[in-house]
Design a protein. Structure first.
Length: 518
């Protein structure tokens, strides 16, 4: 049975901002629903009147919120089928291209030092190991603020419910003594508990229909709730899987079979995993279905290897998998045979006598941040640039192909095909890119680069939103967890240095990969 935990924050009284009327009540009603109806095992409440817990303050000061995030959410304590929610009702602000939640003592003129960045919240929650991290943010109550506002920043690996679009505000309804978004959301939640559970896509459609109606009825400006997921499969998830009725399970089974028939194997597997997370799953049937789909996936063998999959007649021998739901959710599928989806790197040797064993150890342990650092050092060694501080575009053509292939295959093999140079190149090609070293700033090329950066979760920052000529990428934005998007690592753009032409350097890097036939 899945574990369900939540942090709930509601703030009426602010030290440096105008007070709100019903944010605290919204949080208390959410807490009541999660504990008494959704049967969450633990809910941390931070509000204007929440009592101390075991001698620790739960007043929504910045220090108290950060203490919980840093002390409790340091190491994994949940499994991939578990649910971790974060609800915030209060003020939010957009500052220097970042989204910030404003605690009770937050200063809107100095959010970097007094508020809490949404990116920081996601990073801490992601450490807990839950497969489903859900943010519910009724945090645009900055009364009439227009322009590009809170909610513009992309958060990877989580499901985020926003009360309104970035250019809109979120409104409170006096008649209900609630915000219109949270009021509507709770109505939907209670309906699910007493009837059946909806998918995330269905909840979004309900909110987008009902909240504007409620605002219009009570004379409030228009607001558009929306949900942001980083994959199609997340949108098809049941929002409260542990409450799912049998009718929901049957719908999931139909959707899984349709996805399998259409060749969308990743979606099919994710849907079967949801079935495994339901109250009374048919473990044997779901596991057999996942096995069947895994056997259908194409086996990819790099040209670097001479080995080929073993066959019996014209049929590739199936691989027998042994896995838990957590391993499936995080794509850490273990095999009982040597015939695996991604070829082993054992026995491969460097032409330059370079030792890759440390990198392999880090990757095998899933220490992605350390592995990224080690990869950069190895690239410098391969390029014979030990005395240079940064890797620049003038290194084009100087990388021995065997070394680049070795590094790539280590990443691909130990991430089950999720990370690696070749993965990044494949995504670039799928989006219409051309790894031929051509000028990257042509009109028909710039949009490809933007889509590529967005697709793999590299957050491009510029002095001008539409300027691709001088982008930079912050190391603090990198997601070094299993929730990162495919192709997110290695963080190649972090290696070029602050004075480098990043896009041209990356174009040269892809040209090297093409030259080496990766």
């Amino acid at each position: 049975m899945a574990k369900n935990l939540a942090i709930v924050v509601g703030i009426n009284q602010y030290r440096f901002m105008h007070p709100l009327k019903y944010a605290k009540r919204d949080a208390e009603l959410i807490q009541d629903y999660l504990i008494n109806e959704a049967k969450f095992e633990q809910v941390w409440l931070f509000s204007d009147s929440s009592p101390d817990v075991r001698g620790e303050s739960t007043y929504p000061w910045r220090t108290d919120l950060l203490r919980l995030l840093h002390q409790e959410f340091e190491n994994p304590r949940m499994e991939a089928e578990d649910n971790l929610w974060f609800f915030f009702s209060g003020h939010g602000i957009r500052y220097a291209d970042r989204d910030y939640l404003i605690p009770a003592d937050g200063d809107p003129y100095n959010p970097e030092d007094t508020a809490i960045s949404l990116n920081r919240v996601v990073e801490r929650l992601s450490r807990y190991g839950a497969g489903n991290v859900v943010l519910i943010l009724d945090a645009c109550r900055n009364q009439g603020h227009k322009g590009k506002g809170f909610g513009s920043e992309i958060q990877n690996g989580v499901i985020t419910l926003f009360s309104c679009k970035p250019e809109e505000s979120s409104w409170e309804i006096e008649a209900f003594q609630q915000g219109s978004f949270t009021c509507t959301l709770l109505q939907n939640f209670y309906a699910q508990t007493s009837n059946n559970c909806l998918t995330i896509e269905q909840i979004e459609r309900y909110l987008q229909e009902r909240v504007p109606q409620l605002n219009r009825q009570y004379g409030k400006p228009f607001q558009t709730p929306h949900i942001r997921c980083d994959s199609v499969s997340k949108g098809k998830q049941i929002f409260l899987p542990h409450l799912a009725a049998q009718v929901n399970i049957e719908q999931l089974k139909i959707a899984a079979l349709e996805a399998e028939a259409n060749g969308d194997f990743s979606l099919a597997i994710d849907l079967w995993i949801q079935i495994l997370s339901s109250p009374e799953p048919n473990q044997e049937k779901a596991t057999a279905a996942i096995q069947r789909i895994m056997d259908k996936r194409p086996i990819q063998v790099s040209p670097l290897y001479n080995s080929a999959p073993q066959t019996t007649g014209n049929k590739i021998n199936s691989t027998v998998y042994s896995y838990s739901k957590a391993e499936l959710r995080s794509s850490k599928v273990q095999t009982e045979t040597t015939d695996v989806l991604f070829p082993s790197t054992k026995g491969l040797k460097s032409d330059l006598g370079i030792d890759y064993s440390h990198l392999e150890e880090l990757l095998s342990a899933g220490k992605w941040r350390d592995a990224d650092d080690a990869t950069y050092s190895l690239i410098l060694e391969v390029a014979r640039k030990h005395k240079e501080k940064y890797l620049h575009a003038d290194a084009e053509g100087k990388f021995p192909c065997t070394e680049i292939r070795l590094i790539d295959r280590l990443w691909v093999s130990h991430s089950d095909g999720k990370f690696g140079f070749s993965v990044q190149k494949r995504i670039f090609l799928q989006l219409g890119g051309k790894p031929d070293g051509s000028e990257p700033y042509l009109d028909n090329e710039t949009e490809v680069w933007r889509r590529f950066f967005y697709h793999i979760g590299w957050q491009m920052r510029t002095s001008d939103e539409d300027d691709l000529f001088e982008p930079w990428f912050s190391y603090s934005d990198v997601n070094f967890s299993d929730t990162a998007r495919p192709g997110h690592l290695p963080f190649v753009v972090g290696w070029f240095g602050i004075d480098a032409d990043v896009v041209s350097s990356l174009a040269s890097h892809f040209y090297d990969l093409e030259r080496c036939k990766l």
